[in-house]
Design a protein around this ligand. Structure first.
Ligand SMILES: [Zn+2]
Ligand SMILES: [Zn+2]
Length: 814
């Protein structure tokens, strides 16, 4: 008899597997999904190992297989184990990342009648038992649920158990089926004759309803119904416009069922490889030669950092590298930071690999995701594009993994277990499969760049923009010192420079973006006169203002100090300056620029689904001159009419109590600056700050990554921060603040004792302290930070009680 080590879908299972016997006649493979008895329940599990001997004496038998074929590929099994060990997550959480969508469903129990022995005396059965047996025999197979409906839950379960015990019936298990909803699309047609529609259009146009008129004219030219998507594209209409015409009885909308196709190829034209610059050619040649090399399992991976300024043609390298991989019979996975903001990436791949591109994202329905997963596993696609979770797509013959904008924080899953980083998982996956990894960025993560410097990754540089025609050069950046503004008597949120530039841009029919990093606003206290910000003497991080007690707190070590009345540096009384919000900014912009049409875009005004797109469309259609928003506007938008970007206060990002604040600021300013001058017009960026001499702001203004990196890595080394050490963050949350603090203090004592008894050198245990976001959804949070090396191994020995979360290599400490 053989035995299987099974990862079981139960919170009790944590990081271990359980031994089960394989019943005779059942063929079981590694990676196979099975039903196993666990306590008095039947749970899902995945077989991670087969052995001749069980790990414990008493084992139960596997109840049945869920699918005849292994559901995890051979390399995914060690990958899941690595994730569980490295990120200290329950094993099944790691396994679940790789299961098909909707897999975690309930088991349905079915009852069938066994062959009844000739000598069996049926009259020995009770009336109910005979009745049930007859019912099951007539139908061949009956679900337990159905029996429960006729007999009642308890009675049905009792009788079935009795029949099974007597050998008269058997149980089998199936998963609840997935019900995929059919996809429907809206089709528009005229409700009136074409001539009448044209008359109406003229009337509407006279009254200023230009887009309604355009849609009517467009529909009048069509011989058959047109999909809403096409009408949108051709006439710039939207749902409000359609609804208005439907309301007037001029247009009808019909829902038509369509075949699922995650990518609309309607607007995609095929493209051929572009000619490469010298730098692109040499980068591609190194990737190609790496694709040619045979790497055995567990050999060192081939990972590249492709560092190229915006517009240097990184995507073309991805495309041609993938073409090479496909030529060698391999396939790829491409990760993008946010699927909603990267339709261009999808379009590029779809135009080069038509109908061979799979897209995975959470906006697809369960049925769609399941279909896509199955088609990927069948090898129907050359490439899978998706957010971080797409790294777990069952792509066969994996040869290439691309992580675009690798510095983006969305690649780290921080809000639920396993708290993995897709980049580190990709590197591990490449080790297991022999695939080549390309990490692409204009502003690489400091840790990634350090690894490239150390030779862990091969560094490929694209220093020049690809300029097909005259092209658009990087925008000019001006840094404005807000202290000087105040000295000159300007108390407004707008510096004189920004004010003049805005007036000029709006008058010239151009567009402006005003950027306010609201996250962390009103949490630090800054001197408006000299820019001084209070920091913790021990941790070097910015102190956070707690308005309830009006004190400043270090959220790493819990150092507290009252708010000073005068600035310790310049003795000014203007110390208590708390920053500003988007609403206030909108108000002041309204007073200062009465002629400009304003549009606010932040999480308060874009709650509803699709409202992001609606705002974006409105701005793109030039229905507003000035867009006011938070970091969500910084990413990936291509707005050709924007010539001016104003950063209202760059210090908000700079003064987050986090060792990555400088890096965040540099990346953010780089991204924001990238929004200006994307069309044929020149771009200008104005950064307002109280700390104009700060290296992150200086480097961003000069578009100089090396300048930023060299300073940043020096500080990281001095302060023992990553990549020179590893961090782990332990958070305890509870509705009772005092209890939180006590639990955190107890955990700290425990960690200190463990460290001292094991004689672990160089392990810093910092805190406990209230977390930066002290209260989240009604629960208080306290945190302990560990700084050292091999933290997973250290922490794996310590039981983590309920209520704690452990984040290995947290992406941020705020
Ligand atoms: Zn001061
Ligand atoms: Zn501190």
């Amino acid at each position: 008899m053989g035995y299987a080590e099974v990862s079981v879908n139960s919170p009790i299972a944590q990081r271990r597997t359980f031994s089960y016997a394989i019943p005779p006649g059942l063929s079981i493979d590694v990676g196979q999904a099975v039903w196993v008895p666990f306590g008095n329940r039947l749970l899902q599990g995945v077989v991670l190992e087969l052995s001749d001997y069980p790990a414990v004496e008493e084992v139960r038998e596997i109840a049945g297989v869920i699918e005849p074929h292994p559901i995890l590929s051979p390399y995914q099994v060690p990958l899941a184990c690595w994730i569980s060990e490295h990120y200290l997550s329950p094993l099944f959480d790691a396994v679940a990342l790789m299961l098909p969508p909707g897999f975690e469903r309930k088991a349905l129990t079915f009852i069938a009648v066994s062959a009844i022995p000739d000598d069996f005396d049926l009259s020995s059965l009770s009336r109910e038992q005979r009745h049930t047996l007859g019912l099951v025999r007539r139908q061949g197979k009956v679900s337990l649920k159905e029996l429960e409906k006729t007999l009642g839950q308890k009675k049905a379960q009792r009788i079935v158990s009795q029949l099974v015990k007597l050998g008269l019936a058997t149980r089998s298990y199936e998963m609840e089926p997935i019900r995929a909803r059919p996809k429907v699309e809206s089709y528009l047609s005229l409700a009136v004759a074409a001539g009448k529609a044209r008359e109406e259009a003229t009337r509407l146009r006279e009254r200023g309803a230009v887009r309604q008129a355009a849609l009517l004219d467009f529909l009048a030219r069509q011989s058959e119904p047109v999909s809403l998507a096409e009408a949108r594209q051709k006439t710039k209409c939207n749902k409000t416009i359609v609804d208005a015409l439907v309301g007037k009885g001029l247009v009808t909308v019909r829902q038509v069922e369509v075949k699922r196709e995650p990518i609309s190829y309607q607007s995609i034209t095929l493209s051929s490889p572009l000619p490469l610059t010298v730098a692109q050619k040499s980068a591609l040649a190194r990737i190609q030669s790496s694709l040619l090399q045979k790497r055995d399992n567990n050999a060192s991976s081939a990972a590249f950092l492709l560092h190229g300024v915006t517009g240097s043609g990184k995507t073309e390298i991805y495309l041609q590298a993938l073409a090479e991989a496909v030529k060698r019979g391999k396939r790829g996975i491409v990760l993008v930071p946010e699927i909603a903001l990267t339709p261009q990436t999808i379009e590029w791949f779809a135009s080069r690999f038509p109908h061979r591109v799979a897209v995975l994202h959470s906006q697809l329905s369960l049925g769609e995701r399941f279909d896509e997963w199955r088609r990927i596993r069948n090898g129907e696609f050359d490439v899978v594009i998706g957010p971080r979770s797409a790294i777990f797509a069952p792509q066969p013959d994996l040869g290439l993994i691309v992580i675009d904008e690798e510095h983006e924080w969305t690649y780290k899953q921080h809000d639920k277990s396993p708290r993995y980083h897709a980049r580190d998982v990709a590197i591990k996956l490449a080790e297991l499969t022999g695939a080549v990894v390309i990490l692409g960025s204009a502003t690489p993560d400091v840790e990634t760049f350090y690894r490239a410097q150390q030779g862990d990754y091969q560094l490929l540089q694209l220093p020049e923009r690809v300029t097909p025609s005259e092209g658009s050069p990087l925008p000019q950046v001006e840094v404005v010192d807000l202290r000087e503004e105040l000295k000159a008597g300007n108390r407004s949120l707008f510096s004189r420079s920004l004010s003049q530039a805005m007036t000029r841009a709006v008058a010239g029919g151009e567009q402006v973006i005003l950027f306010l990093n609201r996250r962390g606003a009103a949490t630090f206290i800054q001197c408006r006169n000299c820019g001084f910000v209070l920091r913790c003497r021990r941790c070097e991080v910015v102190l956070t203002h707690h308005p309830a007690e009006d004190v400043l707190v270090c959220h790493q070590c819990n150092y507290k100090v009252s708010v000073p009345q005068v600035c310790p540096q310049c003795l000014s009384r203007r110390i208590k300056f708390l920053g500003t919000g988007t609403q206030k900014l909108e108000q002041e912009a309204g007073y200062t620029f009465p002629q400009a049409r304003l549009l606010r875009w932040d999480s308060d005004v874009t709650r509803g689904r699709g409202s992001h797109q609606a705002r974006l469309n409105k701005f793109r259609a030039h229905e507003a001159d000035v867009l006011i928003g938070t970091q969500m506007i910084a990413k990936g938008l291509d707005l050709p009419l924007v010539t001016l970007v104003g950063v209202i206060n760059a210090d908000i990002a700079l003064n987050l109590p986090d060792f990555r604040a400088g890096e965040k600021t540099f990346q953010l300013l780089g991204q924001v600056a990238g929004r200006a001058g994307r069309g044929t017009l020149w771009g200008q960026v104005i950064i307002q700050t109280y700390a104009p001499e700060h290296y992150a702001i200086q480097a961003a203004a000069k578009h100089d990554y090396a300048l930023f990196y060299n300073r940043e890595i020096t500080y990281r080394r001095q302060l023992h921060n990553p990549p020179f050490t590893q961090l782990a963050c332990l958070v305890y949350s509870h509705t009772n603040d005092a209890l939180c603090q006590r639990k955190a203090e107890r955990m700290k004592r425990r960690l200190v004792a463990e460290r001292d008894s094991r004689g672990v050198a160089d392990l810093g245990i910092i805190g406990p302290a209230p977390a930066f976001i002290h209260r989240l959804r009604g629960r208080f949070r306290w945190q302990i930070i560990l700084r050292g090396s091999e933290l997973s191994a250290f922490l794996s020995q310590i039981p983590v009680p309920q209520g704690w979360t452990v984040d290995i290599e947290p992406i941020s400490l705020v």
